[in-house]
Design a binder for this molecule. Structure first.
Ligand SMILES: [Zn+2]
Length: 411
């Protein structure tokens, strides 16, 4: 099917050549075409330009975007979308003064999510995750990473990964998968955590590989969870199965996780609420994308990633939702955009670059997604009539999206 979008007030992120990453000072530039059209054939962007050159009488569907902004769909490079239940108790506990670590010690946190997930069938998990994902398609997210990590047993980790594979096959979203068996040490392995690491390396990883269930390896590299030495072991083992790292580092403590990730050629390092000059230096010599997760800072009340320091050092930055029941129970990238501007002091242009082209880079997909470029996939957001694209981050909490086109299908 061919779709022609006409009279577009602002067509954002237009590139004649196929950019795949935007760094440093260049993040302030967001190429905009005013009064434009965009032509889509099936799932692909085939042409765009000023309205005066728009002449396609035979298209099957025309969408008039008068007063509206059109841009590439959000590329959310970090979520934990498959989970059993929300964590309201943790939420209320935190309001009453408990820290993230104290909640974990009381049996809340990730282990609580793992216990609940073990009791759910694959179908139940699939149905719940599908509902969440369908909501996100309408909010502009068409490319998404989903992690395992609430299983923490061989059976449950594989169960989550199979659910993600079903989402990948049966929805319009383009899904990338990360195996996060190293999310927490299960109760059973308390005081013998190295045995759990053995289980990850000797039993989980070979099965993940055999069934081709994941693209990436993730580890929660953090004090009290997985040390540098253990993370190194897991990433080394995963490399033998061609799983590139995308890892959780520097959420609560900066102790060398970034350098370790770069040593293992990580595609991205995610969180970075704690960040040292040494971390920035290491990233400058790498192809690793730093990813900030501002909703997690908002929800937990922890510091925000120093995004200015990252961008001002000439580095690229991506932003993602971290959608999960414990620390970011929302996958709404529009709110992520607002928080990036309001709390991390990104300009609207930087935030949109971070949520589109750089998000796609953090999933190894930026040659296919993340910009309005001929030949790229047609994942598109069409806003309601707005004064300009700056209103997207400005009017936080409001849904300014009229419709989305994901994989060539209108939502
Ligand atoms: Zn996460």
């Amino acid at each position: 099917m061919s779709i022609l979008i006409t009279n577009i007030k602002e067509l954002l992120q237009v590139h004649d050549t196929n950019v795949t990453i935007v760094k440093g000072i260049n993040m302030k530039t967001l190429p905009v075409l005013h009064n434009a059209y965009l032509l889509i054939e099936n799932d692909t962007i085939v042409e765009f330009g000023p309205m005066e050159f728009c002449a396609y009488p035979d298209v099957e569907k025309v969408i008039d975007a008068r007063g509206k902004v059109v841009l590439p769909g959000w590329c959310d490079s970090h979520t934990h979308l498959v989970y059993a239940e929300d964590r309201i108790d943790d939420f209320v506990g935190r309001i009453n003064g408990l820290s993230y670590e104290e909640i974990a010690k009381k049996g809340g946190g990730i282990l609580n999510s793992a216990n609940k997930l073990a009791q759910k069938s694959e179908d139940e998990l699939y149905e719940a995750a599908l509902k969440r994902l369908n909501k996100l398609l309408k909010l502009g997210t068409g490319v998404i990473e989903i992690k395992s990590g609430y299983g923490l047993t061989v059976e449950s980790e594989l169960k989550i990964l199979r659910v993600i594979q079903r989402l990948k096959k049966e929805t319009q979203a383009f899904v990338k998968v990360s195996f996060l068996g190293a999310h927490a040490i299960p109760e059973k392995f308390k005081n013998k955590s190295s045995e759990y690491v053995d289980l990850i390396i000797n039993e989980m990883l070979p099965q993940v590989y055999e069934e081709q269930l994941a693209h990436y390896i993730d580890v929660f590299c953090e004090k009290g969870y997985f040390s540098l030495e253990v993370t190194d072991r897991i990433l080394t083992a995963a490399a033998a199965y061609n799983l590139q790292p995308k890892i959780h580092v520097n959420q609560f403590n900066a102790f060398g996780g970034v350098a370790l990730a770069v040593k293992h050629k990580a595609l991205s390092v995610d969180h970075l609420e704690q960040l040292t000059d040494a971390d920035i230096k290491v990233l400058q010599g790498s192809n690793t994308m730093p990813v900030a997760l501002p909703q997690c800072s908002f929800f937990l009340g922890i510091p925000y990633t120093n995004a200015r320091a990252i961008i001002d050092a000439g580095l690229p930055l991506a932003i993602a939702s971290d959608y999960n029941p414990g620390s970011s129970p929302s996958g709404n990238m529009n709110l992520v955009l607002s928080l990036a501007c309001i709390k991390m002091k990104l300009t609207p242009e930087e935030a949109i670059n971070a949520a589109t082209i750089n998000g796609a880079y953090a999933l190894g997909l930026s040659s296919m997604y993340g910009s309005i470029t001929r030949g790229k996939k047609a994942n598109i957001i069409i806003t309601k009539p707005i004064s300009g694209y700056q209103q997207l981050p400005y009017a936080f909490g409001e849904n300014l999206i009229d419709k989305t086109i994901i994989n060539g299908i209108i939502h």
